[in-house]
Design a protein around this ligand. Sequence first.
Ligand code: DNO
Length: 390
Amino acid sequence: MMESWRWYGPLDKITLPEIRQTGATGIVTALHEIPYGEVWEQAAIEERRDMIAAEGMVWNVAESLPIHENIKRGEGDLEPLFDNYRTSMENMAAAGIHTICYNFMPLLDWTRTDLQSPVKGGGTCLRFEAHRMAAFEIHMLGRDAARDDYPADVLEKAAEWFAPSTKADQDDLLKSIMSGLPGAYDRYDIDGLRTALARYDGIGRAELRENYRRFLEEVIPTAERLGMRLCVHPDDPPRDILGLPRIVSSEDDLAWIMEAVDSVANGITLCSGSLGANPINDVPAIAKRFADRIHFVHLRNVRKDADGSFEEAAHLEGDTDMVALSRVLLDEQNRRTAEGRADAILPFRPDHGHELLTDIGRGTFPGYPVIGRMRGLAEIRGVLHALSAG
Ligand code: DNO
């Protein structure tokens, strides 16, 4: 598998020469400065690609080419947005980049309530605490319907957290919840979020699925023609949030997507951390079932609590059997290699990492410090080497 590393471009405090020292050779990045829905021009793509090549690495995956909210809501004249998406794909293909990761989460990308939760032994991790999310939804946002989404004990703890909370505590929680959107994005305050949520009124699971199907029908034929692979990233956390439907959370969801447009170009980003946060998901089994449609892999682990909370564990700890998962991925790679396929080698990146040692205080993007991810990469590298030799 090709060791890769997410880099946020010139916005990132971690430099390309530093990344080179981790041993990764693939760079996963995006033109984060371009607003959602606008075209990625070929010159800008090539400039970024060449910047990476000059440091001896290769831009192997675009993560993400984001989907405009109007497409997710199925609102307004979508033709120009689909055209722009296809044009960006053409420009990426012309620059030699053939794998595109995206997500179909309404409004928010990954969501955590705590960006610096202490880890035993030192360092910090990202955490999703059910009662803090409930406190945010019910007491800060005033979304009363959220009471139906949480068990009684979580609701009680939410009220207990909120009652003595200060404005600073609440601002901190809002900031954590809004942190999942790197690059060009909309961050909301409470009023802004209420307005943005209202625009999703009337959009349930079925409607969102139909909007997603339309997107796939619009772009997958272009991907096929260009020899590109689109790969959807699962929802994180893999459950409805803020009353918004989530449709990329489970094995059944993935099966629906794969059938909606049955093409190798319509693929999956196998994110073990996102899928692993849903107790009904058996991640190695899901990887096995959809192996021929996996085009990109995020490896990380989570440790779940009974109340729906979870935190990011070290890469080989936590609830997902990373060795079993690696075995499935290597088997798929071997199968493709035997077929002589150009896309046999799967790009993967260590996803998220704890903030450790000199990461602390460096101010890198939440979840994306250098030492914590390098630790994860090194551990996974060991597993892959051992399994490949065995
Ligand atoms: C979190 C990431 C996600 C991912 C997007 C893909 O760290 O894995 O933000 O990049 O959802 O579109």
